[in-house]
Write a protein that binds this ligand. Sequence first.
Ligand code: FE
Ligand code: FE
Ligand code: ZN
Length: 300
Amino acid sequence: MILGSHVHFGKEQLLGAAREAISYGANAFMLYTGAPQNTVRKAIEIDYINDAKKIMEENNISIENVICHAPYIINLANKEKIDSWNFSISFLKNEIKRCESLGIKYIVIHPGSSVNLTKEEGINNIIEALNIIITNDTKCMILLETMAGKGSECGRTLEEVKLILDGVNSQNIGVCIDTCHLNDAGYNMAEFDEFLLGFDKIIGINNIKCVHVNDSKNVLGAHKDRHENLGFGTIGFSALLNIINHEKLKNIPKILETPYVSREEGEKQLVFPPYNFEIEMIKKGIFNPNLIEDIREYYK
Ligand code: FE
Ligand code: FE
Ligand code: ZN
């Protein structure tokens, strides 16, 4: 089982991220190389990489199972404001360089939102941008994440993702499926074998390089994108466990992006990561209906 969560890339960069993953009992992890919601980035420091590699080796974490996620504000689909489109391209290029210096092999992007443009125009803009970004020297593979279809998001259907993959000249591109997004997009995760058959027909199962495992706060086809802790949403624990343990996705990293658990303390609202508890629950294979209370109690 290759399983982890998203973690922080703080002061100690890859080392801090690896330590956090290890503390959750994970053997994979995903990071943003800075804040997910902005493009402020600190220089990569080599010392942390070497120390990180050491503790990763000791804890059986392969760099193949470390995923980067590009910030949300990158939008390759909309060219109306040409400056922001150009900025997204150059920022993503730079983010890929950062991944390469860290030794990271995969970077997940949200394909983008077409805003006032048509879906078709949006998709064509994404393709044009990716053909600028991916060159023969690009070592890191971009993974297109399947989206919930909120607003004007491109990449809600497998057919849209396929159009983008087909338009990109390079083979160095793959897909990250997100169970919450797929549910919200209208794909029933309780019938995952059927979904995979369809995926294989349209895109090809070998293109899946990462799975985001999240439950959803919303019903099938809601086009919302609000993640929920495993077993506390509309997808449910057994459907998600089946995906995590699926034979055909055995060697693919599964990454939790479930919400932090909050607790009021006086005026303050404190939040705690659920990942060590969720990972333990997955390894046991038994749903814990008291998970949220257990987390609140543990961090008291
Ligand atoms: Fe994402
Ligand atoms: Fe995701
Ligand atoms: Zn999401």
